[in-house]
Design a protein around this ligand. Structure first.
Ligand code: HAM
Length: 444
């Protein structure tokens, strides 16, 4: 019977040495950026009790999850994101810490989605959460961290949009949406389907004035002027909306004020952004400021980061004043960086060590010494002859090769070959490290 070929599961990827080198470099940049903002890393399990994800989002989310029953008959899920887990961890072990508690994480997430470029069933998120305050400073800081992280990778062509759910939800309530209709509307807004939203409002019989107000504010994408314009429209509400719940007006205005303060702070720190009232975010726990970062060249899966202020107090019986966070879709960030031609090639080893027959042990010892002194070293371990070995070391980009020849060794010397020029010199064994340091110093 022929052996069955076992493929990689759909929507997952293997990562080559080159790719992992690249990814680890990018991850390092994001980690360092988070640490300069005073965030420190946590890690949580890859799987959790299913309830952790359904308590806030409802059973509908199960369709998107990888769930399983374990041997103790518990229903578990592979994590689709890390925010709920970070908050669970906080509620169990970190609630006593001085606020804000600032954490970051890098982990794989699993969503049962239709795979395509930039959308996978296993993908990685680099995220951060600031737990303990609802101040606009904290909200601005989380946006600033996301933006600085992305910028520090060298990526240039991205757009940061910032909005506020207090404005959006307030407008829906003002227009008279019940919670069910508001959910449908938020889904349409999340997809940017404003035409569909207009049709939905006609179908449901919302008055023309409230429809116009909502659609006008949704279309106000731009600089801070958009906030001023939205304030004007909301203040004018009594004259243009036929059947509005005007008691919502003060809370919409106060959300607009908060957004303005956050936007001012971002501006003061050089964090370029657009105001966009149409950001609805897919997850149910968001409450206030929300933001997204897009890379337009990625096409359909252009969103490389999403986040905002959220509330998971009820799920964990907590009483925290405010929480905000974001997650960068690490795989999409890397795709965007590659599209911009940003490279992180694996560096070549500095030194090659090439034994001739009989000197393998001396070569082994010398390679070990070189590595301990900090020189990345490639030892010829396959007994290749001089010509073939040199050619291979040349191919992998070694700067200097030490050839341990029988004759030279009798005088306590080895041959040192500059792989660039091909020049060779005889060096006493006990001077090899110093000589390599001398040669490498001007090359950095
Ligand atoms: P999210 O928008 O669901 O937010 O995911 C964050 C990012 O993960 C997205 O912007 C996207 O770049 C990436 N992403 C999502 N699904 C996939 C996929 N199937 N394949 C590749 N990348 C994907 C959250 O997960 C929230 N937990 C963010 C947050 C943290 N909010 C507050 N704190």
């Amino acid at each position: 019977m022929g052996k069955q070929k076992i493929n990689r599961p759909r929507g997952t990827r293997d990562f080559s040495q080159e790719t992992m080198y690249y990814r680890k470099k990018v991850e390092g940049i994001l980690r360092r950026t988070a640490e300069t903002f005073g965030y420190h890393e946590i890690a949580t399990p890859t799987f959790e009790h299913l309830d952790l994800f359904t308590m806030k989002s409802g059973e509908e989310i199960v369709d998107q999850l990888y769930t399983f029953r374990d041997k103790g008959d518990r229903t578990m899920a592979l994590r689709p994101e890390l925010t709920a887990a970070a908050m669970r961890f906080f509620s169990e072990e970190m609630a006593y810490k001085p606020k804000p508690v600032k954490v970051y994480y890098m982990g794989n997430c699993f969503r049962y989605e239709r795979p395509q470029k930039g959308r996978y069933r296993e993908f990685w998120q680099f995220g951060a959460e600031s737990i303990g305050t609802s101040s606009p400073e904290a909200a601005a800081e989380i946006v600033s961290l996301a933006c600085h992280g992305v910028r520090a990778t060298g990526l240039r062509d991205f757009v940061l949009r910032v909005g506020h759910l207090g404005v959006l939800r307030g407008l829906l309530e003002l227009a008279g949406f019940d919670p069910n209709d508001a959910r449908s509307a938020m889904t349409l807004i999340d997809k940017g389907n404003f035409q569909g939203l207009g049709d939905f409002m006609i179908e449901k019989g919302f008055p023309e004035g409230s429809r116009d107000l909502l659609l006008s504010i949704l279309s106000l994408k731009g600089d801070e002027g958009a906030i001023a314009k939205a304030k004007e429209l909301v203040c004018d509400v009594e004259t243009i909306v036929d059947a509005a719940d005007v008691s919502r007006v003060p809370s919409i205005l106060s959300s607009l004020e908060l957004l303005e303060r956050i936007s001012d702070m971002l501006g003061s720190a050089g964090v370029d952004h657009l105001i966009d009232f149409g950001i609805a975010r897919g997850l149910d726990y968001y409450t206030g400021m929300v933001f997204e970062i897009d890379v337009l060249s990625l096409g359909a899966e252009k969103q490389i980061c999403g986040g905002g202020e959220y509330d998971l107090n009820e799920v964990f019986s907590l009483n925290i004043k405010g929480t905000s966070g974001f997650a960068i879709g690490f795989d999409r960030l890397v795709l965007a960086m590659e599209n911009e031609g940003l490279t992180f090639p694996i560096p070549a080893p500095v030194v090659g060590v090439l034994p001739t027959p009989g000197s393998e042990t001396q070569a082994f010892a010398l390679a070990s010494q070189l590595r301990s002194s900090g020189f990345p070293t490639e030892l010829e371990v396959m007994g290749r002859g001089l010509k073939k070995a040199l050619s291979r070391l040349n191919d992998i980009g070694v700067a200097v090769t030490i050839i341990i020849g029988e004759q030279e060794l009798e005088h306590g010397n080895v041959i040192l070959r500059d792989m660039g020029s091909g020049e060779q010199e005889e060096v006493p064994l006990d001077r090899v490290l110093d000589r390599i340091a001398e040669i490498m110093a001007p090359r950095g």
